[in-house]
Design a protein around this ligand. Structure first.
Ligand code: PLP
Length: 381
């Protein structure tokens, strides 16, 4: 039996009729961009993220860019970000005219470590203001990533941000409907970014994203910037972009948002099953913090034998992934910042040893048993 990394078809078959009705309405009204379907989804998603405002946009990358752009920081500001993330987290900082300042993650959660952020800020604040020693950029923000479906240590990062007068941004692209201390992912800090790329927990049928915030000011600016800086058709207050969401995606996401909590519950059940099936092997399983609802966008394991295990799984027709094979500070795109290998040992360890296993709400017990048998066979060799 082969096991896919992700199965979108089974999920689609369960909601096919509802989706069909919604898409037909878009076709009937010919309202293809933004419009009532997107507005209705924004309302539902603000409830999921526990914020006053949600602005739907064209991708998660657009959302990261927009939330920082809308915050009106002095150009060239430093923003702390983990190197252990998808490129769009740091890319959004650069697109908004700022400087990524990498700080390593916690070994247990693989999310930004508040202790490391704090000691870094202490070490570079001799002039009274934190200044990045690598680039000379004055640090004005922190962008925490809720990696793999687990919210970062946001309450601690909020306190640090307050102490240093920084803005806190949340990249919640992997964590729709996760929570920490009962607070939903997307409700922390100045603003948060979400991705609805098809493979995400809440996936569109194409590209999509959203910014959530409690700030009326940021919400207004994001809304305007996503549509060419225009509040009224053909009248432009400032230079913006075309980051509008398609009505088809709004319609799909409107249907799917009603299911996200139960789909995430099923991911959590699957994670528990993996824990039972894989315990006792020389394979580190994901650590779930006590005060957190982890929604397992990705089920990330670790072993120094990662490459051989991945090869073996491939031979057994079990799909697996690498998230991520190279940390951002060692990528060519960020070489201008002056980092080198060895700067962030935990992120580097993660890249060398992580292996993500098949995970989706409809994964069956039989599929998980197949994965576990294949992993066990490798370690018994
Ligand atoms: C952590 C993180 N940030 C940002 C993004 C960018 O989202 P998108 O692919 O929708 O542009 C993604 C998704 O790939 C992500 O995982």
């Amino acid at each position: 039996m082969s096991v896919p990394f992700l199965d979108l078809k089974t999920q689609y078959n369960q909601i096919k009729d509802e989706i069909g009705t919604e898409l037909a309405e878009v076709l009937d009204t010919c309202y293809y961009v933004l419009g009532p379907k997107v507005a209705a989804f924004e309302k539902k998603f603000a409830e999921i993220a526990g914020t006053k405002y949600c602005i739907a946009v064209s991708s998660g990358t657009a959302a990261v860019h927009l939330m920082i752009w809308a915050s009106d920081l002095q150009p060239g500001s430093g923003i702390i970000v983990p190197p252990n993330t998808f490129t769009a987290s740091a890319e959004g900082i650069v697109l908004a005219g700022h400087v990524p300042v990498f700080v390593d993650v916690d070994k247990n959660t693989l999310n930004l470590s508040p202790e490391k952020v704090e000691s870094f800020l202490e070490s570079c604040s001799s002039s009274g203001k934190p200044v990045d020693p690598k680039t000379g950029a004055e640090i004005k923000g922190i962008l925490a990533v809720d990696l793999y479906g687990q919210p970062a240590a946001l309450p601690e990062l909020e306190k640090i941000s307050e102490r240093y007068g920084l803005l806190l941004f949340e990249d919640a692209c992997q964590s729709v409907n996760a929570s920490r201390n009962g607070r939903p992912a997307g409700s922390f800090g100045t603003a948060a970014a979400f991705s609805f790329y098809p493979g995400k927990n809440l996936g569109a049928f194409g590209e999509g994203g959203a910014v959530t915030t409690n700030s009326e000011d940021i919400a207004g600016r994001v809304r305007t910037l996503r549509d060419h800086g225009s509040r009224e058709k053909y009248l432009y207050d400032f230079i913006g972009h075309n980051y509008r969401m398609s009505a088809f995606q709004g319609a799909v996401l409107g249907v799917k948002s009603a299911y996200i909590s139960q789909w995430n519950d099923r991911r959590r059940e699957a994670a528990n099953r993996y824990k039972e099936l894989l315990s006792g092997l020389p394979l580190d399983l994901p650590a779930e913090e006590g005060d957190v609802r982890h929604v397992y966008h990705l089920y990330a394991t670790h072993t120094p034998k990662r490459d051989e295990l991945r090869k073996h799984l491939g031979e057994m027709s079990v799909a697996s992934g690498l998230h991520y094979p190279l940390p951002l500070h060692t990528q060519k795109a960020y070489s201008y910042l002056g980092y080198k290998e060895g700067d962030f040992p935990v992120s580097e360890w993660n890249s060398a040893s992580n292996l993500t296993l098949p995970m989706f709400p409809d994964i069956t017990e039989e599929q998980q048993l197949t994965v576990a048998e294949a992993v066990k066979m490798y370690f018994s060799k």
